[in-house]
Design a protein around this ligand. Sequence first.
Ligand code: ATR
Length: 285
Amino acid sequence: MISGTTQVLGVIGDPIAHTSSPAMHNAALAALGLDFLYSPFHVEPAALPQALAGMRALEIAGLNVTVPHKQAVMEYLDEISEEARVIGAVNTICNCDGRLLGYNTDAFGIIQSLRVDGGMEELPPRVALLGAGGAARAILYALLAQEEVEEILLLNRTVDKAETLADDLGGEGRVVVGSLAEVGGIEEIGLLINSTALGMHPHEETSPLEDPACLHERMLVADIVYNPLQTLLMRQAEDAGARSINGLGMLAWQGARSFEIWTGVQPPVMAMVDAALEQFERAGA
Ligand code: ATR
């Protein structure tokens, strides 16, 4: 029930029509009976300064930030968390008594998903991360923060970009850079994470692994893609006897962390996952 005391949360992006965040957050707010609502806001790049001014003027309590604003939004905030500063992107803004504080919850999202959805209490010593874009940046930051991870193989089509990313995040000898084509020859990887868009709708029949020979039954394959829910990479993993998870968990856990930052309450993550799934079904119908 929306009343005079209801606080507003939302997500800004361009495009925004396909976001599943309103479904996830409103489901969690309803489950907990919190006096908030969560709305999508279409904000074109040129309107970003006005959108942030509007956030202050309207006393919007919190916003998620998605493509293409995650970097650009940083200059309009009053404070940026260490994590978001190093990752170089903000996906969550909290309006704290008129001060806009920027956070990045993607790193939390991937680690929590690996632990809870992937059943990895401890990450393995050797991890392969495919891709070197925006998503890879948050994931590499998250992996470097895990002491048990000794070596990260950062593999990308454009090797230069992987080198720049590894240098930026200061892997201190823990990051080995290579080309995507090299993954076939690598053994003893306990965890392989795909952060590229390969396999994502409408390119369902592509995989970052041309040769899936490196996959084995003692590993977890984590794809950050969640449309489709089972990617070609995940099917390759299954054929090799490896366990696999899709990106739905990371999506839900990063949202859950944002929710906690805004409300101070831990949301029911399974309700958020169910709401996202229902949203995908509606969108596909
Ligand atoms: P995101 O924010 O989702 O990470 P991004 O920053 O555009 O998106 O990064 C996309 C990633 O997918 C990059 O690692 C990109 O590789 P390049 O750095 O070589 O461009 C990777 N990628 C996209 N399309 C690809 C393709 N057809 N083959 C291999 N890698 C691809």
